[in-house]
Ligand binder design. Structure first.
Ligand SMILES: Cc1ncc(COP(=O)(O)O)c(C=O)c1O
Length: 356
């Protein structure tokens, strides 16, 4: 059987639940509340409950969620932040944007997530935080990271932009570290119909600080006390997300059905490395990523079957422009090594054929 999977058709999630989304749209438009307000607050409560944390603060996007967390922890110029070498560029830019130094760590070659065993060697007196990314929706080995952080008195900030609904040892991704940054970019497992982001945490002080920082440094209106920015979650997007969050577990389940189908279909292909799923995690399959030295041949073959695929982040020019000193030492960034071996297959699934 041929499985036709468009890589991404974000409109299809709208089509599946359009009447509820249209109602949400009308409610916001008639409310006259287009900044902050009830829709944002009730989404924040809902998302905090979903993640199993006390606080959620809606912000403009995932990059700013990370920037605001770093700032709220007082991290900045002269500090170092440990990040995965293998991630989307936003993780690194959050750190460099606040003036801190990016310290990349190579991935484990089973999960492609940051390798905890390589972290301790590069901790210096300037290290303030570890910023693990649950890449492709695969939870990071958080126990290992938390142990290191405790020994060295470091803050742990989860980049959960790709991990809505992923579970690590019965805890939701984004509820395990000191705080987490989320993106609701439309293609995410929980995606808005525009930009959006959030910070989750159990730390009341941090939540309060992020709330002030996202609103020009002001807790109420025109009470500007610290130097903040404008990074607010739009009420319309909050209303849409509130509808979509009820479907998140079901849509993630569909993703895992597709992931299983891929696994079964590719099992005999010896030259293809399939995603590894450790016993104690439940990924949310933001992406299904395979690795092969014959990547381009595989991509051509799949594309002929109308199965769209994409290369991964490692071709990002900005890395070679701004982080040049780091590239020769990195197997993941160096194009001569693994960068050209990765291919992502579609797991987006709102067509009728995926609904059960
Ligand atoms: C791992 C990771 N971190 C951060 C971000 C930034 O999110 P946003 O695009 O909402 O700023 C993304 C977005 O794709 C991401 O994949």
């Amino acid at each position: 059987m041929t499985l036709h999977v468009p890589f991404l058709d974000v409109r299809s999630s709208f089509l599946e639940i359009r009447s509820e989304l249209n109602d949400a749209y009308k409610k916001v438009m008639h409310s006259g509340q287009y900044i902050h307000g009830e829709e944002v607050e009730s989404f924040e409560e809902k998302f905090a409950a979903y993640c199993g944390v006390k606080y959620c603060v809606g912000v403009g996007n995932g990059l700013e969620a990370l920037i605001l967390i770093l700032e709220a922890f007082g991290i900045g110029s002269g500090d170092e932040v440990i990040v995965p070498a293998n991630t989307y560029i936003a993780t690194w830019l959050a750190v460099s944007n606040i003036g801190a130094k990016v310290i990349p760590v190579e991935p484990e070659f089973s999960t492609y997530n940051i390798d905890p065993e390589r972290i301790e060697d590069i901790i210096s007196p300037a290290t303030r935080a570890i910023l693990p990314v649950h890449l492709y929706g695969q939870p990071v080995d958080m126990d290992a990271i938390l142990t290191i952080a405790k020994v060295h008195d470091l803050v742990v900030i989860e980049d959960a932009a790709q991990a809505h609904g992923a579970v690590y040892k019965e805890m939701k991704a984004g509820s395990i570290g000191d705080a987490a940054g989320w993106s609701f970019y439309p293609s995410k497992n929980l995606g808005a119909f525009g930009d959006g982001g959030a910070v989750t945490t159990n730390d009341e002080r941090l939540a309060k600080k992020v709330r002030v920082l996202r609103n020009y440094g002001s807790e109420g209106k025109y009470v500007n006390e610290i130097k903040g920015i404008n990074s607010r979650l739009d009420p319309l997007q909050a209303a849409f997300l509130k509808v979509k969050i009820s479907y998140l577990d079901e849509w993630n389940r569909r993703r895992s059905v597709l992931a299983e189908k891929y696994r079964a279909s590719f099992l005999d292909l010896r030259e293809l490395v399939l995603p590894c799923v450790l016993d104690w995690v439940s990924p949310c399959w933001h992406l299904f990523v395979v690795r092969t030295q014959k990547r381009d041949q595989l991509q051509n073959y799949l594309n002929k079957l109308l199965h769209q695929t994409f290369h991964l982040y490692h071709d990002q020019k900005i890395l070679s422009l701004f982080f040049l000193d780091l590239i020769p030492t990195s197997t993941i960034l160096n194009p001569c090594f693994c960068a050209s071996w990765f291919l992502q297959l579609g797991v987006y699934n709102h067509d009728k054929q995926y609904r059960s």
